[in-house]
Write a protein that binds this ligand. Structure first.
Ligand SMILES: [Zn+2]
Length: 172
């Protein structure tokens, strides 16, 4: 079931575009290759990390942000706002087909930080790190560590630029 949960008007922020937040469990599970809902709890996956951005074919909206569970998505406002702004970042820095580039993810993190959501990004990266450990996914682990390094760098702490890693789905 697809549910329209929220509308965002970017003109409030001096940007163009109308975004609808949709809850669509089926599409999210399919996109991430999860055939069974139980895998989320089995692999310790926080479903907020499975949020996706799609270009809209509906003339009413320009983009859709698709979440797995809207109530859970809204359960921590800082995380919610940071995910929304990270996804808005993907309008400018799209995710390549079947490829995830750490640089792209860092650019989107940076946009969220520019709009004041560094706390949320920090929390998201901690959750992503947990998930990478749980999935025993080295690529995701390396990418997340690199994003955390870049976050420190962006926020003015010690940090250094690193290599680009690729991964085949977009964990926000
Ligand atoms: Zn992303």
């Amino acid at each position: 079931m697809i549910c329209l949960c929220e509308e965002l008007f970017l003109s409030r922020y001096g940007l163009e575009g109308r975004i609808a937040i949709l809850e669509d469990k089926h599409t999210v599970l399919k996109n991430f290759g999860l055939n069974d809902v139980n895998w989320l709890s089995f692999w310790n996956i926080d479903c907020r990390l499975l949020t996706m951005l799609y270009q809209s074919l509906d003339s009413k909206y320009d983009w859709f942000i698709i979440v797995y569970d809207y109530e859970k998505f809204c359960s921590d406002l800082k995380i919610k706002e940071a995910i929304i702004w990270h996804e808005i970042g993907h309008i400018t820095f799209p995710v390549g087909k079947n490829i995830i580039c750490t640089d792209t993810e860092v650019q989107c993190d940076r946009i969220a930080i520019d709009y004041g959501h560094e706390e949320g990004i920090k929390k998201i990266l901690e959750l992503t790190l947990k998930m990478a450990h749980s999935l025993n996914n080295k690529l995701l682990l390396n990418m997340t560590i690199e994003r955390q390094k870049q976050l420190h760098f962006i926020l003015g702490a010690d940090g250094q630029a690193g290599s680009i890693n690729t991964f085949n789905v977009d964990y926000i």
